[in-house]
Design a protein around this ligand. Structure first.
Ligand SMILES: *Cc1c(COP(=O)(O)O)cnc(C)c1O
Length: 393
């Protein structure tokens, strides 16, 4: 692979390792272990294994390595570590380097499980966590202290789609030597410029756009060789959240088409958001690619497009909202996103159900809020369907 290749070329050829058979499509090395020629070779490999030498699939596997190398080439980081799920990646990125007494600053608008790691798990292990309004740079500035070790945020928050300024927050964090960890799912690897903007560590749930067809769970942590091999790998290889070779193969093949898929989905998302704007049955249409979004300029600068997910607030609370959801014919009611199939989610009663009522209000997760992940269906069909469903709300 050449570093000078553009993204689309790297997505198809990056990280490829061919076996002695010279297969065209990447092989699935569905093996848990590897055979050594001699006892001495086994000893040597445990002492120090080279790039193309494997020991045990919990530590690494050729198919998993292909996925790691391909996504690292796309994102522009030195290295990557693939995990069993997106949450294993978030947990690994946070837990591997933190210890009791450390201070973490994070945005408060997060995916429910990310919030659980910060508010429940880290705190239980003696890490001090300060949550801020991620869109307010003054709050970041006030919260980040001399002894802050790490900052964490979703570059676009779930489900209210606030866009966080990666560059400015990274500058504030780096001024005190804190590590910047970004959960970049909603930006997608296609529109990510996180490295260039200053993020040190980037995390994806591969379950979302990387697979893109709702088949497998997966995650990945991207960063410097030192962080991935020195901090993340020891933690993950001993705690066990390894990606399976089969899932790695799905993700690897997903990367070949991700650019085409995500660009098509983002184009449809904008078209749908524009069509729904001002609809009499809706209080709000939230989409970072709409000019009236509070961080529209930042969105364009940071990720070019508004992404593939929009949220709407249906008038009339949960009852009207459920009537709308139940009347939708094309999109499915589910909780994944980034899928080829459009998916409608009611965060207040599903993904964010466990949050106390006042926290939901604070985060804008109202009874009328619907998150809509735009798939690969015809945009005009999706619009017509949403319009008829709104008529029934
Ligand atoms: C889905 C998601 C995760 C968790 O990923 P899983 O693969 O479901 O474990 C983490 N962060 C964000 C922003 C997500 O959307």
């Amino acid at each position: 692979m050449s570093d000078s290749w553009n993204k689309r070329t790297k997505l198809v050829h990056g990280g490829t390792r061919r076996s002695q058979y010279n297969e065209v499509s990447e092989a699935i090395f569905l093996t848990q272990g590897f055979v050594y020629d001699t006892a001495e070779q086994a000893e040597q490999r445990f002492l120090k294994s080279g790039d193309d030498e494997f020991i045990y699939a919990r530590y690494g596997n050729p198919t998993v390595a292909m996925f790691e190398n391909r996504i690292a080439a796309l994102e522009g980081t030195e290295d990557a570590f693939a995990t069993a799920s997106g949450m294993a990646a978030v947990n690994g990125a946070l837990m591997s380097g933190l210890k009791a007494g450390d201070h973490v600053v994070a945005a408060k608008a997060l995916f429910g499980s990310c919030l659980y790691i910060l508010e429940d798990i880290l705190v239980r292990f003696g890490v001090e966590v300060t949550l801020v309004d991620g869109t307010d740079l003054d709050e970041w500035r006030d919260a980040i202290r001399e002894d802050t070790k790490l900052v964490f945020f979703e570059s676009v928050s779930n489900p209210t789609l606030e866009v966080i300024d990666i560059k400015s927050v990274s500058e504030l964090a780096h001024a005190v030597g804190a590590l910047v960890v970004v959960d970049n799912v909603f930006s997608t690897p296609v529109y990510s410029r996180a490295v260039e903007l200053g993020a040190d560590v980037i995390v994806y749930s591969a379950t979302k756009h990387i697979d893109g067809q709702g088949r497998a769970l997966g995650g990945v942590i991207l960063g410097s060789k030192e962080f991935i091999r020195g901090t993340v790998e020891p933690y993950l290889k001993h705690t066990g959240a390894a990606m399976s070779p089969f899932s790695a193969w799905i993700m690897l093949k997903g990367l070949e088409t991700i650019d085409l898929r995500v660009r098509a989905q983002a184009e449809s998302a904008l078209k749908i958001a524009e069509a729904l704007q001002g609809h009499p049955k809706l209080d709000r249409v939230i989409f970072p690619g709409l000019k009236d979004h509070a961080q529209y300029d930042l969105t364009v600068a940071q990720m070019e497009k508004g992404g593939t997910v929009l949220s709407v607030e249906v008038k009339g609370g949960q009852e009207a909202c459920f009537r709308f959801l139940n009347a939708i014919q094309i999109a499915v009611i589910s909780n994944n996103l980034g899928d080829a199939k459009s998916i409608a989610t009611h965060p207040a009663t599903t993904t964010h159900q466990r949050l106390p009522a006042e926290q939901k209000v604070d985060l804008g997760i109202t009874p009328g809020l619907v998150r809509f992940s735009v798939g690969l269906e015809d945009a005009d069909d999706l619009i017509a369907d949403l319009m008829q469903a709104l008529d029934q709300a």
